[in-house]
Ligand binder design. Structure first.
Ligand code: SAM
Length: 313
């Protein structure tokens, strides 16, 4: 084809016809498409909202598997490392996962005076579990509905999932909604779930937060990952109102997760006895972290005025 077009251009010159657009326009366009076909690029795209699409170039597809609940995929990207996606929604990348896992775990864990028994609902990748086990807990229970997420993480994300081997850990494969109705005695409950769609939809409901309240000890604390105010303000406001109607203390705090929709992420915390804003964390245990610090702990609870405004409406 290139040969044909070049020949056509040469013939037009010989006949003194002004067909220069063939070599100036058609050949470059054609070569571009030919290159695209031969060296095809693969991109992973997530619809972060109806109007925003976030894409990462895929170097390697490591695994795509359909479980009973969702499609579990593992990709590799040159900048962000390995990516875990469930139903095409990014759960973590190896480059930025710590900004999420450290903050969902250490803020409630250090707000509580001495957590011994902790429950994680969801969290099948093991990242939150890894952070919880940096504290001197006696029991760390994790309930995820999908065994295959845990298996995938063990296979492709060893740095994130190694904590499943810790003797303090007990894993339950069942629906977290049913689990909290029949289990109790927890100091901290962390809801590290997928977004409010599919099997996780009821993990964002008032009834569920009430069951979590009942599953907590008298000084218990719960936290849930609750999306970005830039894209899901209505969801955060609804959750904040629900938690406030049940728990004496309700706080929202923030972190930055570059690969999550909106990047500026919120966590919503309900506390039965300890006021998170008054808790002195200066004497808490020193643990190794890459994002969380004691001053970060204080700062993240001091939410910006636009978020305060949003919650007060
Ligand atoms: N940090 C992640 C995020 O916000 O994208 C969440 C990660 S973690 C992989 C989410 C887990 O929640 C998944 O493994 C999924 O199987 C689990 N999950 C969803 N609905 C659940 C339910 N009803 N009960 C227990 N686990 C659930």
């Amino acid at each position: 084809m290139i040969f044909l077009i070049t020949n056509l251009a040469a013939t037009s010159r010989f006949l003194n016809l002004n067909l220069s657009y063939i070599s100036d326009i058609i050949v470059p366009i054609f070569s571009y498409y030919l290159k695209e076909v031969i060296f095809m690029e693969l991109w992973f795209s997530e619809f972060q909202s109806k109007n925003i699409k976030f894409s990462l170039k895929v170097n390697k597809v490591l695994s795509i598997e359909k479980s009973e609940y969702q499609t579990i995929a593992v990709y590799e990207n040159e900048d962000m490392g390995r990516i875990l996606a469930l139903d095409n929604v990014i759960q973590l990348t190896t480059k930025d996962e710590f900004t999420y896992h450290e903050m969902i775990a250490h803020v409630p864990m250090f707000t509580h005076n001495a957590p011994e028994k902790v429950l994680i609902i969801g969290g099948g990748d093991g990242g939150t579990l890894r952070e919880v086990l940096k504290h001197p807990v006696k029991h760390a229970h994790l309930v995820d509905i999908d065994r295959k997420v845990i298996e995938t993480s063990k296979k492709f994300f060893p740095y994130i999932s190694y904590s499943f081997e810790d003797p303090r850990v007990k894993v339950f494969i069942e629906d977290g909604i049913e689990f909290v109705k029949k289990n109790s005695g927890y100091d901290v409950i962390i809801i590290d779930s997928t977004d409010p769609i599919g099997p996780a939809v009821n993990l964002f409901s008032r009834d569920f937060y009430k069951d979590v309240f009942n599953a907590l000890n008298k000084d218990g604390i719960m936290v849930a990952q609750t999306e970005s105010p830039f894209l899901y303000a209505d969801v955060i406001k609804r959750i904040y109102d629900d938690i406030s109607s049940i728990y004496p203390y309700t706080n929202i705090y923030t972190s930055v997760v570059p690969t999550y929709p909106g990047a500026f992420w919120t966590f919503s915390m309900g506390s039965k006895m300890v006021d998170p804003l008054k808790k002195d964390i200066t004497q808490t245990l020193d643990i190794e972290t890459k994002y969380y610090t004691k001053s970060m702990h204080k700062a993240c609870l001091d939410i910006p005025p636009f978020l305060k405004d949003m919650l007060s409406k």
